[in-house]
Design a protein around this ligand. Structure first.
Ligand SMILES: Cc1cc2nc3c(=O)[nH]c(=O)nc-3n(C[C@H](O)[C@H](O)[C@H](O)COP(=O)(O)O)c2cc1C
Length: 364
């Protein structure tokens, strides 16, 4: 069997992706009404990258509960109005031949913050924000102190992941991704740096992983057998050995596979501001490779993969099953079509309207 290439299709459960160059989830903080309903901005932003040849477009961290939003301007998916607005966007993504995914998220102790334009740090309840929740009352430096979640609040969050999954499927999404990375709620439970609980949700690795596995099982129950479910993990807090480690990630990835996860989207960091991160081209690829190899689960690699040759190399060498790119798709929403062109791969999904864009050496 020949090795897969960046532009060979990939099938996970009932979904076939036309290629393995995917759009990473990227918050837009653009819901001006603050009601979680995606807008024309989201349609054009996500639709443009679907038109641009991506195999999968993953919509931004979308809150499963109002208090799970990073900022008041985040998208959400807890009601029918939000579902219907997403359905329009999904329909356009599909019309361009891409699969549509959504990252279901709860921001935990990093909720209720400013988006940058208006200020920094926490948005207070007086300014229209709210008190954030977390596993413990340990704040993320510079943000509000969270309230440690009760058992009922944990159960509500797990159930909300299921409700959002149902709404996402009704909106037509092909892929559901659980956001368990970057220092948001699920990652906060995983890491001893943010979780000092003494009940069954804290302490041992099994206990810290409990809410993640409960959420995974709930989403799989709702999704049935046909829908791929991904989980984004931070492979490390970059604070080894005291923080969340790559060893922990490998163990959790195996448990997630057993609980019905189809792919681990391997990122890193985000849980503490003073992490010691070494950054360079493809810097998180070795984490994706190790998880894939040792936990026997498909992975995607993300993080400074901007060169088509590097993306192709990651897939061809079996370090990951797919590559996600974020900022390169912001610079060029047609990054996937451009990558195919630069790699000399012929694809049959140039939009008809844009086909003359491929004529480089003759009159238009
Ligand atoms: C504008 C922006 C918003 C982002 N929002 C999210 C998000 O909603 N969820 C998430 O998991 N990562 C988010 N990220 C991280 C990206 O998904 C990605 O992992 C990161 O940008 C590294 O990939 P890149 O070097 O290809 O940009 C965001 C990144 C950017 C630039």
């Amino acid at each position: 069997m020949t090795a897969p290439s960046l532009f060979s299709p990939l099938t996970l459960r009932g979904t076939t992706f036309r290629n393995r160059l995917w759009v990473a989830p990227m918050c837009q903080y653009s819901v001006e009404e603050r009601d979680g309903v995606p807008t024309d901005w989201h349609l054009v932003h996500l639709g443009g990258m679907a038109r641009g040849g991506a195999g999968l477009v993953v919509a931004e961290a979308t809150a499963v509960l109002p208090e799970g939003r990073i900022t008041p301007w985040d998208t959400g998916l807890w009601n029918d109005e939000q579902r219907d607005a997403w359905a329009r966007i999904v329909s356009f993504i599909h019309s361009q031949g891409a699969a549509a995914g959504i990252q279901l998220a709860h921001a935990g102790r990093k909720a209720s913050t400013h988006r940058g334009q208006e200020g920094r740090g926490a948005v207070t309840p007086a300014e229209g924000g709210w008190e954030p929740l977390g596993p413990s009352d340990l704040p993320f430096a510079g943000l509000a102190e969270p309230a440690a979640m009760s058992h009922a609040q944990i159960a509500d969050a797990v159930a909300a992941f299921g409700t959002s999954a149902r709404l996402a499927l009704d909106a037509g999404f092909d892929v559901l991704e659980l956001h368990a990375a970057h220092g948001y709620l699920l990652h906060e439970f995983l890491s001893p740096l943010s979780n000092d609980r003494t009940d069954e949700y804290g302490g041992s690795l099994e206990n810290r992983a409990r809410i993640v596995l409960e959420s995974m099982k709930e989403v799989r129950r709702v999704a049935g057998e046909n829908v791929p479910v991904f989980v984004r993990l931070s492979a490390t807090d970059w604070m080894e050995p005291e923080g969340w480690t790559l060893e922990d990630t490998v163990a959790l990835s195996g448990w997630l596979r057993e609980a019905g996860a189809d792919l681990i989207d391997v990122s890193s960091g985000g849980n503490v501001p003073d992490a010691r991160i070494t950054v360079g081209p493809g810097y998180q690829v070795p984490f994706a490779a190790e998880v894939r190899e040792r936990a026997s689960v498909p992975t995607s690699a993300v993080g400074l993969v901007t060169d088509p040759e590097l993306a192709a190399h990651v897939v061809a060498t079996g370090q990951a099953d797919a590559v996600m790119a974020g900022r390169e798709f912001l610079r060029d929403p047609h990054f996937a079509l451009r990558a195919a062109h630069e790699l000399g791969v012929t694809v049959d999904y140039w939009p008809t309207q844009y086909e003359r864009g491929t004529f480089a050496d003759r009159p238009a």
